[in-house]
Design a binder for this molecule. Structure first.
Ligand code: 2RA
Length: 337
């Protein structure tokens, strides 16, 4: 019969998108529980014509839950994820808390479904949702990697406000109005002006000079591709865009892969749409992929700086809240049905 569900962090941008995606995809459930912090307990949401009251998350919240979707930050996942697993629940965690833990599947259903082997309803398990910039990049890079092994990948990201939460989206809008009105921009979320600006991703910078967001792309790619040797380097930038990430990806392959074959592969790739019209200079844009499921790829071209046909450049856009988080997590849950 249909599973019982719980959504942890239901009031956040991703939590709300979980509900939208579950409904859009007619995900079957016999019950659904909306969980959040004490501060949000009591809030009411209408979901599929039924009214639900948000319950305060506690250690007994998962007694009768088959699948729990988490997006409430790493500390909540660390505290309650194992409790839920102990109760026999399959946890799909959107935080970074467990992604690199040995034995925890890190899954993009279209990319590495085999990682879900052995995970089933009734047997507690924790499954990690990759970081949004990793998901969006690998949705396009993997179909090519499977055809001609990627030896090295250079990624430059242009990341939306939504990655920093709903409050960051609100502040970007507020700052934009303030700047246009000649007022001093309100800077609460980021210490610098965001509107009409861009800056290095706000994640902490590590001793090696990379920030945590960039190292997520490096480490998660190696785990998802099960290839500890693939060379990855990334520069992650926060740009004044609301909810879709854009990424420039340079690929070096072990064997030749020409741009036409790459384009055909991507046209057939699940969850990918090719927007690559040179004549009209029409390529993927964040606005065009926002609120959509598919990742868009374009600017597919041979990297002329590399020998032979061993290099390609591509440009990818994907909705950060949807495929970058909520949709991917729900697709993982669909693999359990
Ligand atoms: C960001 N990847 O975009 C993060 C969100 N999880 O900041």
């Amino acid at each position: 019969d249909a599973p019982s569900l719980a959504v942890v962090g239901v009031t956040g941008a991703v939590g709300q998108e979980f509900l939208s995606v579950l409904s859009d995809r007619s995900f079957p459930y016999k019950s659904i529980k909306l969980l959040a912090s004490k501060r949000s307990a009591g809030k009411k949401y209408t979901f599929e014509d039924n009214e639900y009251v948000v319950e305060e998350l506690n250690k007994d919240s998962f007694d009768d839950v088959d699948i729990a979707l988490f997006s409430a930050g790493g500390s909540i996942s660390k505290e309650y994820g194992p409790i839920a697993v102990e109760k026999g629940c399959v946890v799909v965690d959107n935080s970074s808390a467990f992604r690199m833990v040995e034995g925890v599947p890190l899954v993009i259903p279209e990319v590495n479904p085999e990682a879900m082997t052995g995970v089933r309803i009734g047997k507690g398990a924790l499954v990690a949702n990759p970081n949004c910039s990793t998901i969006i990049c690998l949705m396009a890079a993997t179909p090519l990697h499977k055809r001609a092994k990627v030896l090295r990948m250079v990624v430059s990201t242009y990341q939306a406000a939504s990655g920093a939460g709903a409050a960051a989206m609100e502040e970007l809008e507020l700052q934009t109005r303030e700047v246009l009105e000649g007022k001093r921009p309100t800077c609460n979320i980021f210490k610098q002006q965001y509107a009409f600006n861009l800056f290095s991703h706000n994640a902490p910078v590590l001793p090696n000079g990379y920030n945590e967001e960039e190292m997520k792309l490096v480490k998660e790619t190696r785990k998802i591709w099960n290839d500890k040797d693939v060379k990855v380097t990334a520069t992650c930038i926060r740009v004044p865009v609301m909810r879709a990430h854009a990424e420039s990806v340079n690929l070096q392959f072990a064997s030749p892969l020409d741009e036409n074959e790459a384009r055909e592969i991507l046209k057939k790739a699940p969850g990918v749409v090719v927007i690559d019209d040179r004549a009209s200079n029409h390529f993927p844009t964040p606005l065009e992929v926002s609120n959509k499921d598919d990742v868009a790829v374009g600017r597919i071209r041979r990297d002329e700086s590399q020998d032979g046909n061993h290099g390609l450049d591509i440009f990818v856009c994907g909705d950060q809240i949807r495929k970058g988080a909520a949709l991917n997590a729900v697709q993982i849950a669909e693999m359990l049905l």
